[in-house]
Ligand binder design. Structure first.
Ligand code: RNT
Ligand code: ZN
Length: 420
């Protein structure tokens, strides 16, 4: 579509929104500054760069064998760059420990040093992006039993504690070097397939291990710790040691960031409804925006009702300043750069839609028990010319508008990915 037409459509849309008291320019100003942290692991099916790639385990798995998967650091970086050229707005990159730069030689996970991420830090600096980080408590022989930080054998438990400690130092280093707080998220796969005899014992061990792992203090400007709960995983259906209650309690007690993964609750529970509650008891929230289909399947994030509801809660509850938005899914049945671009663009579309609501008016209707007006407005909002504002935003941000971004991916697939 011609630039002139896109602009004209935007002007008309802007007038429509003004009629209901919404300033599209203001919405775009806010949107531009909300960073979304893109998960590096969609690019290579959670394989990482360790010599003996363990891949995902502990209840998470990537399915599919779409050709063109990134096989090394250079390819992964090239793919991220391609994806980022198609995504408007502020971006961060979310790394896992297994994506260390091992060019100076292999090391065990408990021996990882900040230096192993210097080339990523340089990479991020050149792109003006921040980094987030995750210790990797899966895909390793010492995680094969299904227990890591809650393992009854102190030798194994301590290995994982040392890994966590090493990762916290790396996260602080990233935050310091990039002058942007690095959120380090701890997720462990620990759990039991069948009914355990001592749930409490395992949870006591996890709490004590986390206490040790978190002993070293770092300035909040450099790094913050987040903890991520889960309901169940394949192979640990009966008990997950790091349950929702466990980590909510642990985060509140220890002043940590609470991570809410959209796929980690009972299928009829939604994290959009949890944001306002937890925001009263933790100062910051980390989101793992994902799409569970019947289970924690980690499908590509689409612009569905729950995604819009999450964004609405962030905007309506004024939570954008204290929520770190990250994506977490892995689909190997489609082009992996497309998987990133689709999810990242959708997250931003959802935020834009939420920012284009007359938030105060809607709340005022509700306060007066005028539920009719509330419903009429909410329904009419769904067919307001949101797309024209989004297209204009892409144009303004110098990224392809509409289906044009797919043309760029097809071209990249043909010239680069298909040759791998
Ligand atoms: C697993 C968790 C976790 C992982 C990533 C790779 O169920 O969601 O966040 O997906 O750390
Ligand atoms: Zn997650």
């Amino acid at each position: 579509m011609k630039e002139k037409d896109l602009k004209a459509m935007y002007e008309a849309a802007s007038r429509r929104y003004r009629e209901i008291g919404v300033d599209t320019e203001k919405a775009l100003e806010i949107l531009k500054k909300v960073p979304v942290s893109m998960h590096c692991w969609q690019g290579d099916d959670v394989a990482g760069f360790e010599a003996t790639a363990g891949g995902a385990s502990g209840g998470i798995l990537t399915t599919g064998n779409y050709p063109g998967c990134a096989r090394n650091m250079a390819e992964l970086r090239a793919d991220i760059d391609k994806a980022w050229s198609l995504i408007p707005g502020a971006k961060r990159l979310n790394l896992h420990a297994i994506y260390a730069d091992y060019s100076s030689g292999a090391v065990e996970r408990d021996e990882l040093k900040p230096e192993h991420f210097d080339s990523w830090i340089e990479w991020a600096k050149r792109r003006g992006a921040g980094l987030d980080f995750n210790p990797t408590f899966f895909g390793h022989p010492l995680a094969a039993s299904g227990l890591t930080l809650s393992h009854p054998d102190a030798k194994i438990r301590n290995f994982w504690i040392r890994h966590g400690q090493a990762c916290r130092r790396i996260a602080a280093h990233m935050g310091k070097k990039l002058n942007s707080c690095c959120v380090m998220n701890t997720w462990i796969p620990d759990g039991y397939k069948d009914i355990p005899a001592d749930r409490l014992g395992a949870r006591k061990r996890l709490a004590a291990a986390l206490d040790t792992m978190l002993e070293e203090k770092f300035p909040k400007k450099q790094m913050r710790d987040a903890v991520e709960s889960k309901l169940f995983g394949i192979g640990c259906e009966s008990c997950t040691v790091g349950s929702s209650e466990f980590y909510l309690g642990y985060a509140v007690k220890n002043g940590l960031v609470l991570c809410l993964d959209a796929g980690h609750f009972h299928p009829t529970e939604v994290i959009s409804d949890k944001l306002s509650s937890v925001s009263l008891f933790v100062d910051e929230i980390l989101l793992h925006v994902s799409r569970p289909v019947r289970w924690d399947s980690d499908h590509v994030v689409i612009l569905d009702d729950e995604l819009c509801a999450i964004a609405q809660e962030l905007v309506r509850g004024k939570l954008l300043d204290r929520t770190h938005i990250g994506l977490d899914y892995f689909d190997a049945t489609i082009n992996r750069v497309a998987a990133w671009a689709i999810g990242m663009r959708n997250m931003q579309k959802a935020l834009l839609r939420a920012l284009l609501e007359p938030t105060a008016e809607l709340a005022a209707f509700e306060k007066k028990f005028d539920f009719t007006s509330r419903l009429v407005y909410l329904e009419e909002l769904k067919t307001m010319p949101f797309a024209a504002v989004w297209d204009y935003y892409c144009l303004q941000s110098g990224v392809p508008v509409g289906l044009e971004y797919y043309a760029a991916i097809r071209d990249y697939e043909q010239k680069v990915q298909s040759k791998r």
